[in-house]
Design a protein around this ligand. Sequence first.
Ligand SMILES: Cc1cc2nc3c(=O)[nH]c(=O)nc-3n(C[C@H](O)[C@H](O)[C@H](O)COP(=O)(O)OP(=O)(O)OC[C@H]3O[C@@H](n4cnc5c(N)ncnc54)[C@H](O)[C@@H]3O)c2cc1C
Length: 169
Amino acid sequence: MDARHFDPDAGTDVLIAGAGPAGCAAAIVCASAGLRTVLAERLAGPVARPGEALHPGAETVLARLLPGGFADAVGARHEGITVGWGTEPRFEPFGRDGNGPWRGFQVDRRRLDALLLDRARAAGAEVRLGCRVREPVVERGAVTGSDSTVRPRRCAPVPSSTPRAAPAG
Ligand SMILES: Cc1cc2nc3c(=O)[nH]c(=O)nc-3n(C[C@H](O)[C@H](O)[C@H](O)COP(=O)(O)OP(=O)(O)OC[C@H]3O[C@@H](n4cnc5c(N)ncnc54)[C@H](O)[C@@H]3O)c2cc1C
């Protein structure tokens, strides 16, 4: 089938390209808000990748995205980082308040990404694995769909300046 063929009966409000933390977070928020959301990921599923040392502030965001918790993705907690740039390495604490030191954490990225993907599904997003988004389809100055490796969907036109989280095709 022509990848640019639109199915006029299949409505989609938002197409998100990439199911990393950013894409999953966008899908969770959009689907939870009632938008018909498609999350397209070119890979077959979560893979091991770098990005495992998270600062304390990430905990607040993840707690909102994953109300069921994410403890099983968390390894060691740490109270700061050791930095050095042409000098003797020195330990820099994250900070502290009345409850004690703020703690960052090491996460298992594959596990964390899988939790976020599951949450996006549970929120109502349609997850398409193995689907590479090639480019948005722009008609008369508006994004009306996308060119992807899986049959695209039609969506309501929106301004074509919309960045990464482009409405669907
Ligand atoms: C060596 C290294 C070490 C790092 N260490 C840390 C660290 O310790 N702590 C930290 O917080 N961050 C770290 N980072 C950064 C962290 O990995 C990124 O900030 C984070 O992964 C970005 O998330 P993202 O969702 O924006 O993108 P990504 O995690 O890169 O996810 C993007 C997803 O989009 C998919 N995709 C791409 N193109 C398409 C397409 N056309 N169609 C469909 N799917 C597509 C990809 O397959 C991928 O799954 C590190 C990065 C590197 C490279």
